[in-house]
Design a protein around this ligand. Structure first.
Ligand SMILES: *Cc1c(COP(=O)(O)O)cnc(C)c1O
Length: 439
């Protein structure tokens, strides 16, 4: 037997705390602002949407936040997750680099998103919430939250971007199997949805629009709160179990990462793998290069502006300081639905501003080419979102070959692509194109 390929933690080695990078930023994160007064939002504005315990987490300056026992118990359905060395991909690339990937696709919903859906459902239950409303693009977040709501006995209503509702029925069916109610957005069930439909009955929807519908539903329905699957501080916080486990697993592998990579849509899985490594840069002077891989068609980090902007189309959310393409931006319908968001998590945006991370845009065709090479060498079909991260890992491994340099590269493989095979079909049959502002 040659190299060791899997690095597995024991159940009791699952992190007991989340890591909060807000405790360590050399310059504080600009606060969210009230859209009317432009003053920092007060917790009571947030508690209209979120339960108080999550609002506290959102604003917490504490470095380590304990993961409640009941949350750990549910997370242990699939955590700790494995770290693997991609030796066959290394051989296919003839690279001296060592490539490792953290695999988050073994969760019940097939991605990293249950890492935050589970604690969000738990904190809502503890706070007395009866029902959660949310939005979903391709359905990964909606299916994760539906699953978590079922576990904790909450009702769940999901506004799903209409184009995905019709083109990608499987995640809708998954949500319904978990007991959720799913509406195609724009829907006739909210005032905003009706207004959009009156202007354009054929509107295919967008994530920003679906967020507006879910927020309106929350504001109008007693016992209902809202849940978001990315962007917010507490979501990034919940995802740090990924990086905390990866650090221990790289110690098991006896290697120090030179480069850490994650794909970035709203920024949460990237934050999850990156923030514990950012802490080591800040505290121990580690030289790790940390790269966010975003789609060239929706390039908020590489081409967006850093400014205050709304999180949704109807301008109902607080203003957040983030890299943004503008809240009216309608991304082209690329096949990595989870990466089609106009803004980037404020914490990830702040990291880029402070020079703690880099960002790179990946064209859709390059992502699929990389996803197929990965599937054919490692056997695992990655989600199209994750394939953007793989594309950057491959670029770096090829650079290592050209420079004759051994470097250690770690990337987060955020989800499996088994419900995205129609997208692979489009790629394999030559129907996919590159489009958007980053091309
Ligand atoms: C949702 C999703 C993403 C993008 O969301 P982030 O918040 O940027 O992590 C990436 N990969 C997969 C598999 C997803 O489901």
């Amino acid at each position: 037997m040659s190299q060791h390929v899997q690095f597995l933690l024991r159940a009791e080695e699952m992190p007991a705390h989340w890591y909060n990078l807000n405790a360590d930023f050399p310059e504080p994160l600009p606060p969210p602002l009230h859209p009317g007064t432009r003053e920092p939002v007060t917790p009571d504005l947030m508690t209209a949407l979120f339960p108080e315990n999550l609002v506290q987490q959102e604003m917490s300056p504490e470095r380590h936040i304990e993961i409640p026992g009941e949350v750990r118990e549910v997370l242990s359905l699939y955590r700790p997750t494995p770290l693997l060395r991609a030796v066959r991909l290394e051989r296919a690339l003839r690279t001296p680099a060592h490539l490792y990937y953290k695999y988050e696709g073994n969760s019940p919903a097939g991605s990293h998103k249950p890492n935050t859906a589970i604690p969000q459902a738990y904190y809502n239950k503890v706070a007395g919430t009866k029902r959660l409303a949310t939005e979903t693009g391709a359905g990964q977040w909606g299916s994760s939250l539906s699953m978590a709501c079922q576990v904790f006995g909450l009702e769940c209503t999901v506004y799903m971007v209409k184009v995905s509702f019709h083109q990608k029925p499987y995640r809708k069916l998954l949500m319904q199997t978990y007991g959720a109610t799913v509406h195609a957005s724009p829907s006739p069930y909210t005032e905003y949805g009706r207004k959009v439909l009156a202007e354009d009955p054929d509107c295919l929807g967008s994530l920003g629009l679906a967020i507006s519908e879910a927020i309106e539903d929350t504001a109008k329905t007693p016992g209902t709160k809202y849940a978001l699957g990315s962007v917010l501080n507490h979501v990034c916080l919940h995802q740090t179990v990924i990086g905390l486990e990866t650090i221990r697993q790289m110690q098991m592998a006896g290697e120090e990462p030179d480069i850490v990579i994650g794909c970035a849509g709203g920024g949460s899985n990237f934050a999850g793998i990156a923030f514990p490594f950012v802490q080591r840069k800040l505290q121990a002077g580690a030289k790790t290069r940390i790269i966010a891989a975003e789609p060239a068609s929706c390039p908020s980090l590489t081409q967006g502006e850093l400014r205050y902007d709304f999180g949704d189309t109807a301008e109902t959310t607080p203003l957040m300081m983030m890299h943004t393409l503008g809240h009216k931006f309608m991304p082209p319908s690329i096949h990595a639905g989870g990466l089609r968001y106009h803004g980037m998590a404020p914490m990830v945006s702040h990291c880029l501003k402070l020079g703690l991370i880099d960002a790179r845009a990946v064209p859709q065709l390059k992502a699929f080419e990389s996803g197929v090479l990965f599937a054919r060498s490692e056997g695992l079909v990655p989600a199209p979102e994750s394939a953007h991260g793989i594309a950057v890992a491959i670029q770096e491994a090829i650079r290592c070959r050209e420079e004759g340099r051994k470097q250690v590269i770690v990337f987060n493989l955020s989800g499996n692509g088994l419900l995205d095979l129609a997208a692979y079909d489009s790629y394999l049959s030559g129907q996919l194109q590159d489009s958007g502002p980053g091309i």
